[in-house]
Design a protein around this ligand. Structure first.
Ligand SMILES: NC(=O)c1ccc[n+]([C@@H]2O[C@H](COP(=O)([O-])OP(=O)(O)OC[C@H]3O[C@@H](n4cnc5c(N)ncnc54)[C@H](O)[C@@H]3O)[C@@H](O)[C@H]2O)c1
Length: 352
């Protein structure tokens, strides 16, 4: 059964206010052409709202997202006027935890070799799907401070690894590899130094891998993974790792695929409402100038459409982005001359 055919739109802060409306023009175009009938509801959430009335994320909204929506499309959150970043934590981390979006799915796909900082690498060499665990690890806020602001201060940040959490993200990676005909899954941890939690990853990985004998499981410590992604990215098809390591490794991945303006992501619970967002932040340094690259938002929209049951539209959006890159219909940070809207015009022209 398809998820609800309704999208919650949160443009958020900074360039989120530019790239989300831009990407939605592409959705308008697809709707006019294919008539999917996807409804939208726009939510006024972000720094402006927080500064106006103190609202970050109304509790009842999570229930509505769960019950009425198939997906959430988020721009970016972060504003220099909100030093605590409390609104971003409540909206983004709140959604991840409360909606149990346990898969942070980040494709690392080079679409055009000219945008790759690595020597002699082409699109066939860099085509990786990263499964980052999204609800546990070091990002749960478990821990505390003792004797704060004294010379004896102690600060503890606890890493949470549950059997259920580790197993379901590893299984999701194998299921993906199985469904797409991928030959290998790499699990990355630091079990040589983190002997308790990452031993759980080791054991679980071996057990789940045994259920998929046609897929080669291999393991790399995360420091080695960082080196190998630069030296030999073609080794990797599917990577599964924890929350912190996935966060870092996928930013490395964003650069080798052509930069932060091209990196898309999904925060997913299969079959339930899930959240899709470009990897980049609100980029206050360029906000309001009409020069933000909207292609990461377009690719994130593609992932959202796949989640709603339209993989063919995801494919056509990837083709459209590849076309823009090939013909230099790109923004300044990629060496082009176009503004945000002109790039979207090029995407729409390609879609026909
Ligand atoms: N998921 C999110 O919402 C998210 C992610 C990262 C950072 N943030 C927040 O965003 C704010 C700014 O953070 P930052 O500067 O570290 O990261 P950032 O991604 O916003 O910007 C980093 C650099 O990349 C450039 N850049 C980013 N996206 C671009 C695009 N689409 N087109 C062209 N250039 C682009 C920016 O101009 C900047 O120079 C902070 O408040 C941070 O907390 C939010």
């Amino acid at each position: 059964m398809r998820p609800h055919q309704k999208i919650a739109v949160i443009a958020g802060d900074g360039i989120g206010q530019e790239v989300v409306p831009a990407a939605l023009r592409v959705l308008d175009h697809l709707e006019a052409k294919h008539g999917m009938g996807i409804e939208r509801e726009v939510f006024d959430l972000g720094a402006e709202r927080y500064l106006r009335d103190g609202t970050t994320m109304p509790a009842e909204l999570m229930d509505r997202f769960r019950d009425e929506f198939g997906a959430i499309f988020l721009g970016a959150l972060g504003d220099p006027r909100v030093k605590s970043n409390v609104h971003a934590k409540d909206i983004l981390l709140g959604s991840r935890f409360q909606l149990d979006l346990f898969i942070n799915l980040r494709p690392i796909k080079l679409l055009d070799p000219r945008y790759c900082p690595l020597k002699d690498k082409g699109p066939d060499d860099i085509d990786i799907m990263v499964f980052r665990e999204n609800t546990e690890g070091l990002y749960t806020g478990v821990g505390g401070q003792f004797k704060r602001d004294t010379p004896d201060e102690v600060a503890i940040e606890a890493e949470i690894n549950t059997r259920k959490g580790v197993e379901r993200i590893i299984r999701a990676a194998f299921e993906y590899a199985d469904a797409r005909g991928k030959k290998s899954v790499c699990m990355s941890d630091k079990s040589n130094a983190m002997r308790h939690g990452h031993d759980l990853w080791q054991r679980t990985f071996k057990e789940v891998a045994a259920e998929y004998p046609h897929i080669e499981p291999f393991h790399l410590y995360v420091d080695v993974l960082a080196m190998e992604l630069v030296r030999c990215p073609e080794r990797f098809e599917v990577i599964v790792t924890n929350n912190l390591f996935g966060d870092i490794i996928t930013d490395l991945g964003a650069q080798i695929q052509g930069g932060i303006g091209l990196a898309a992501s999904g925060n997913i619970h299969p079959g339930q409402v899930s959240l899709f967002e470009p990897v980049h932040g609100s980029a206050p340094d360029i906000a309001g100038q009409g020069i933000a690259n909207p292609l990461a938002a377009v690719l994130s929209l593609g992932m959202l459409l796949e989640h709603l049951g339209y993989p063919e539209h995801h494919e056509s959006l990837k083709d459209a982005v590849a076309h823009c890159l090939e013909h230099q219909h790109v923004t300044r940070e990629l060496g082009g001359e176009l503004g945000t809207d002109a790039v979207i015009d090029a995407v729409i022209a390609f879609l026909g």
